[in-house]
Design a protein around this ligand. Structure first.
Ligand code: HEM
Ligand code: HEM
Length: 167
């Protein structure tokens, strides 16, 4: 009789590298989302901006490229190390968490890629890039609300898995 392939044991928590990546990417993304449309508003190819404006502008580009690099490492790690099993919860919550996490990874790639195409190649992806902002904010609100719900209503210690690494 054919034997099913052995399944990889799930870690009890995220690894230190996964935790460091989660929080550094979260901080960078928060900066990118909330400090991009402050004056001076970034404009592709604007030559006559002040030094301050150009520094602001290039920080958006470099930090965005850093997000892309870190996300690639994070996805590779996720595929290699996996993630802990979903906490005890109902099927709807588990599916919602999977969908939100998947959409996060998709947006974490989509934002830098549409930014790069607009910035370096002058393609008309700037509007799509800007549409990513409300989508990202909606996901963050849902994600943080779910984390707080688990922590303080279900009291299942979910946040600890993204703070204390697996041994
Ligand atoms: C996770 C990464 C990123 C996030 C969350 C993000 C977020 C944003 C946001 C919220 C805006 C709107 C600012 C406004 O309304 O004025 C914006 C604009 C812009 N970003 Fe990004 N960005 C990211 C990465 C990048 C990268 C890597 C580049 C280029 C290499 C880039 C280039 C641009 C450009 C050119 C605009 C102006 C688009 C336009 O007005 O048509 N972004 N970004
Ligand atoms: C821009 C901000 C954020 C992004 C992009 C983000 C993204 C993600 C992603 C993609 C995962 C899934 C990890 C995986 O299984 O591979 C995750 C997990 C997690 N995040 Fe966030 N996150 C953000 C902010 C936060 C904040 C502010 C909190 C705290 C309230 C938080 C708490 C958690 C926890 C506890 C998990 C583990 C969930 C589980 O084990 O099922 N995240 N996050």
């Amino acid at each position: 009789m054919a034997q099913s392939a052995p399944t990889r044991p799930r870690p009890a928590s995220y690894s230190l590298a996964q935790i460091v990546l989660h929080w550094s990417i979260a901080a960078l993304v928060a900066w990118q989302l909330f400090f991009s449309d402050h004056p001076p508003r970034i404009q592709p190819g604007s030559a006559q901006l002040s030094v301050w404006a150009r520094t602001w502008e290039s920080s958006h580009v470099w930090l965005g490229l850093a997000v892309l690099g870190l996300v690639v490492i994070r996805i590779v790690l996720r595929l290699a190390v996996g993630a802990p099993s979903p906490v005890e919860t109902n099927r709807l919550q588990a599916t919602a968490a999977q969908v939100v996490h998947f959409l996060f990874y998709a947006l974490l790639v989509f934002m830098p890629v549409t930014g790069i195409l607009a910035w370096y190649f002058g393609l008309p992806t700037g509007d799509l890039h800007e549409l990513g902002q409300p989508a990202f904010i909606a996901l963050i609100v849902a994600h943080v609300a779910a984390a707080l719900w688990h922590q303080f209503v279900q009291r299942d210690g979910l946040i600890r898995r993204m703070v204390v690494p697996a041994q």
